[in-house]
Design a binder for this molecule. Structure first.
Ligand SMILES: [Zn+2]
Length: 66
């Protein structure tokens, strides 16, 4: 067992757990950076509220299909 790989996996699990704990869907965008910040189990497209907004008044940034 590689300790380095193990640490990476644990860090990834913590990151995912943080997103779920915050009440996010947290699905990764398929064609670039982004994590879905809609509620878990939502309908329609995934959406990253924090990433990809072109101006501050945009409601959401990246969106991508389920
Ligand atoms: Zn989503």
């Amino acid at each position: 067992m590689s300790e380095q790989r193990d640490a990476e996996l644990q860090a990834e699990e913590r990151s995912l757990a943080a997103g779920h704990a915050a009440g996010y869907c947290w699905v990764e965008r398929t064609d670039g950076p982004g994590l879905c910040t809609r509620r878990p189990g939502h309908d329609g497209d995934h959406s990253d509220y924090y990433g990809g907004r072109r101006k501050l008044t945009d409601i959401a940034g990246y969106t991508w299909p389920q």
